[in-house]
Design a protein around this ligand. Structure first.
Ligand SMILES: *[C@@H]1O[C@H](CO)[C@@H](O)[C@H](O)[C@H]1NC(C)=O
Ligand SMILES: *[C@@H]1O[C@H](CO)[C@@H](O)[C@H](O)[C@H]1NC(C)=O
Ligand SMILES: *[C@@H]1O[C@H](CO)[C@@H](O)[C@H](O)[C@H]1NC(C)=O
Ligand SMILES: *[C@@H]1O[C@H](CO)[C@@H](O)[C@H](O)[C@H]1NC(C)=O
Ligand SMILES: *[C@@H]1O[C@H](CO)[C@@H](O)[C@H](O)[C@H]1NC(C)=O
Length: 520
């Protein structure tokens, strides 16, 4: 210990004091400087220009639905049939299982009457997250099931909720054409008995042909799925689901026969609004020459700037983004004098950065990064904006910004950032068939749908899916389509009234919806 003299202790202490003072000064200087940067913007102008964006509808008053304890299932059957409107199709799961929990229908063996442009009969990405041949017992389990927008039916079959699936496809889709307009088969679904302890939830499917049983085990994920044949006794069959595919005409024909669908069956009626038509929601951008590489580049930037955590922030952000495009459209710099032009441009961008940061903070929209990094990415985005024509800016404002998917899903991560709301389908590289209806076609389809609903026994629960965040339903016809569907339900079912309709909290653009949202 001879080296630790008082002199040495003094020396070390002084050294640390100097370092500490230096670092603190540095930190404070930086902090105050950046703080000053933000405060220096003219808040009153900012508010004047941006403030109306925070106006929101009052549909947030709707109570989120909670899964009740299955043991408290006592409520009597209500006088009205609930109609739940959701955005992405897998969000219906919450409402289906809750309806069973509330005693509107049984927890098992219900019939799904499904009207949709897409059959949605795919397997989920992750089987392990699906309750294995049992009813889900918590809200969290249902969130885990919300994986893809086309796997919720198969999942509901596995849990036992659905055992008859009637699917009516849209007659405008030539890829769905069937011989005789009708296809019926029975699926036998079971648990793979040879599953190792690591992979307990393996699902197998069997077919019967002339008393012979063929069983297949699915392996791999959705993209690289393979079926391998397994000995029949390795598949312990737990669910039998009767599946019927048909055209609208065939549905009307069958409903007119007395014994096809009994009024005593427990019925879930599910309508996807894309039944009327299907569009790629990136088209407004393509139309003004903002093509795929550019879209991807913009998305990369936007995902690093704005990270909304829920649909309230999603809507506020979209309104701010819309105002931002308007701000650029309204900006007319001095084009005569080059020096002056460059200077004005530079100043304008710096002003807008401050405005956006202020309004984003005021509205409590989550930023992906703080201060300097936020401004740096935003500056890159605005440098893009200044090159766009007014039409391109208008198209961007119209398509808007949204979340990548419903925040209800267990896999939702706000850190992945917002995206341009251009859906998941592309004109030339999609499995999906596109069809833009005419107004007359919508009127005709509504009449035909009315015929189906008129013949259908009163359902126990109705779900409607908007399919706009993921990009299917034609946006310019959305308001008419939803109005028509709701009107048909009210007209044809005694227990569907004005009080029946419940709008989900996470609808894109809220209760009013996405199209024309800036015009109200
Ligand atoms: C559901 O149907 C299956 C097969 O028809 C039957 O074994 C089972 O008991 C039914 N469950 C209920 C709750 O009715
Ligand atoms: C389960 O996984 C562990 C580690 O991945 C492995 O060591 C073990 O052998 C596996 N068990 C079976 C039955 O496959
Ligand atoms: C352009 O504007 C700058 C700064 O305002 C000025 O100094 C310059 O003389 C102008 N040039 C012309 C060609 O008008
Ligand atoms: C799609 O492909 C067709 C033919 O290959 C082409 O004419 C069309 O421009 C493409 N559309 C888009 C939006 O890329
Ligand atoms: C339902 O509400 C709408 C608008 O609020 C109204 O026009 C319509 O008449 C109502 N229908 C019934 C049956 O009350």
């Amino acid at each position: 210990m001879s080296r630790l003299t008082p002199y040495r202790v003094f020396e070390v202490t002084v050294f640390f004091c100097v370092v500490w003072t230096f670092l603190t000064t540095l930190c404070w200087t930086w902090f105050l400087w950046t703080d000053h940067m933000v405060k220096s913007s003219d808040i009153s102008t900012v508010q004047e220009y941006w403030e109306p964006v925070v106006r929101l509808e009052s549909d947030l008053l709707f109570e989120p639905l909670r899964l009740q304890n299955p043991l408290t299932r006592v409520s009597p059957r209500p006088k009205v049939t609930p109609v739940y409107i959701v955005e992405e199709h897998h969000e219906v799961l919450t409402y289906w299982y809750n309806a069973a929990n509330r005693g509107l229908l049984p927890t098992q063996n219900n019939t799904l009457f499904h009207i949709d442009a897409h059959q949605d009969g795919a397997s989920p990405e992750n089987w392990q997250a699906v309750p294995f041949f049992r009813f889900p017992v918590s809200e969290h389990e249902i969130r885990l099931m919300m994986q893809q927008n086309d796997a919720f039916i198969f999942e509901s079959v596995i849990t036992g909720f659905i055992n008859r699936w009637i699917y009516v496809f849209s007659s405008w889709d030539p890829e769905q054409k069937l011989e005789d307009d009708y296809l019926i088969y029975t699926k036998y679904i079971g648990a793979y008995t040879m599953a190792s302890e690591n992979k307990t939830n393996a699902i197998c499917e069997c077919d019967f042909e002339e008393e012979q049983r063929y069983c297949m085990l699915q392996i791999g994920d959705r993209e690289s799925q393979q079926s391998i044949e397994i000995p029949p006794d390795h598949c312990d069959i737990k669910r039998i689901v009767k599946t019927e595919y048909m055209s609208e005409q065939k549905a009307i024909e069958l409903l007119k026969t007395t014994d096809w669908l009994s009024p005593t069956e427990n019925l879930v009626l599910d309508i996807d609004e894309d039944f009327y038509g299907c569009e790629a929601s990136c088209m407004p951008l393509y139309d003004v020459g903002i093509l795929e590489p550019e879209i991807q580049m913009l998305k990369g930037l936007i995902a690093r700037i704005f990270c909304p955590m829920n649909t309230l922030q999603e809507r506020k952000l979209d309104q701010i983004f819309y105002r931002l495009t308007q701000r650029f459209i309204g900006w007319k710099p001095n084009n005569q004098n080059k020096t002056k032009f460059l200077q004005e441009k530079k100043e304008f961008i710096e002003i807008v950065i401050k405005e956006v940061e202020t309004v984003v903070d005021m509205n409590k929209v989550q930023k992906c990064h703080r201060n300097t990094l936020f401004r740096a990415y935003l500056r890159m985005l605005l440098k893009k904006f200044e090159k766009y024509t007014d039409d391109q800016l208008r198209a961007l404002g119209e398509v808007g910004l949204c979340l990548g998917g419903t925040p209800k899903a267990a896999e939702f991560e706000y850190q992945r950032g917002a995206r341009i709301c251009d859906g998941y389908n592309r004109p030339n590289e999609s499995m999906v068939y596109f069809h833009t209806p005419t107004v007359q076609e919508i009127i005709d389809r509504t009449i035909q749908l009315g015929e189906i609903l008129q013949l259908l026994p009163e359902p126990d629960v109705v779900t409607i899916c908007r399919s706009m965040r993921d990009g299917y339903t034609p946006r310019k016809f959305f308001h008419k389509i939803e109005h028509d569907v709701l009107k048909l339900l009210e007209d044809n079912f005694e227990k569907v009234t004005n009080d029946s309709v419940h709008y989900d909290n996470d609808l894109l653009g809220g209760r009013y919806g996405w199209p024309d949202r800036h015009e109200v």
